[in-house]
Design a protein around this ligand. Sequence first.
Ligand code: PMP
Length: 461
Amino acid sequence: MSTATYPLSKSEETWLPEFETCEDDTTLELETSAFQPQEANNDFSLADIMRARDQGMGVRQAAREFQGVVKQLESQGLNLYRRTLLDPSDAEARVYYPSDSHCREMIMLASNNYLGLTNHPRVVKAAQQAAEQYGTGSGSAPLLVGTFPITRRLESQLADLKHSEEACVFASGYQTNVGVISSLVRKNDLVVVDQLGHASMWDGANMSDAKVRAFKHNDPEHLDRVLTRNHQSGTKLVCVEGLYSMDGDMPRLREICKVTRRHGALLLLDEAHSTGVLGANGGGTAEHFGVEDQIDLHVGTLSKSLASCGGFVTGDSDLVNYIRYFARSAMFSAAPSPMVMAAASAAIEILHSEPSRRKRLWENSHFMHSELERLGFQTSNQVSPIIPIIVGTMRGLRQMTLELHENNICVNSVPYPVVPHGSERLRISLTANHTREQLIRAIEAIRLAGIHAGLISAKGR
Ligand code: PMP
């Protein structure tokens, strides 16, 4: 396929939602029009295929053409998606990619294993023992006979961690948001989601019959205006994240809590990236800000700090019970395997017994963030274990990702349309297990790749 270009329509500019335009929001239009869709045409992106589909190309033709592009990129060693991990997802791991002649021992800066527990002997042992005792699969939905004693134990640990009355687990964090949001709101209701909220929140909101609105990222004043304009709605649900997955910034949670309460809305806080990472006891961002009692629904995943897979929601017992019976993504899907329940349960025990892991994670985050800033990279304005390096073009992004791959540094690259044009980025994530020596090696490779891509000068700052 030629990587022919197609003009972008307004709605295709980005996967990010558009704001509700309020009459007094004079800045909004400026901000959205700052995205430059033409830039997508400099290089291939998924948006080309989406656009072709919207202009009438059938799905079979689009699939064939897309496959052609992927094969072409793969044959040139330009597509680094679907690398195969030959070891646990730890600070260093062997990685195999078909266009390489050998597997690589790579420094892993692309895993969300923040506390470094995916390979912890107690976590692995717990999963093994659960498999021996209960088998490998749950065999049923949670409301039927897919719940084991270890599931109940984990739910009670999660409720304690979040200082909530009750918890309910799901097979993934994605399914949790989709199931929770779509079960709580119906026709005549309203969901307001932070503009940078995770795709699973948007999908849950869009699956319901409720009115769905975005508010400007981390802007409680704009949230206030959106809620005021929609005051006649029935149940109102506001959804924000504890640590935003692409920028690593925290919400202005105290102000958001105040606004939400003033409007009598429910507040859902997705702590996928902040559970185990923030708060004196690893409870998350609500604990960090001391507002746990003002959050109606704490959502999270078991797949990051908790070293397993699955998701959960905690809150008051009546709400969680309602969700258990009405969330279709739980009702019509098998319960999580007892192995993954046991692994997450052991990870929570370690989270409590080894607070030094959280301390090391933050030391690593501060070190990496300050070094990247010192070198002159554009990164986030808050320190966290998620560190974006803004590259700004697809071409630059590909060049840097490949150069880092060649130097055995594994990073995630985040292209348009996942993030707006001009903010294409490398996304670095750190774990407690990274040693200073590994980070220094990685920083040197990133420095050289940044110079070669023209992002920073050889002299540094
Ligand atoms: N919410 C957020 C904020 C996330 O970043 C993610 C995953 N990246 C999810 C939910 C989904 O979690 P899971 O991977 O367990 O499906």
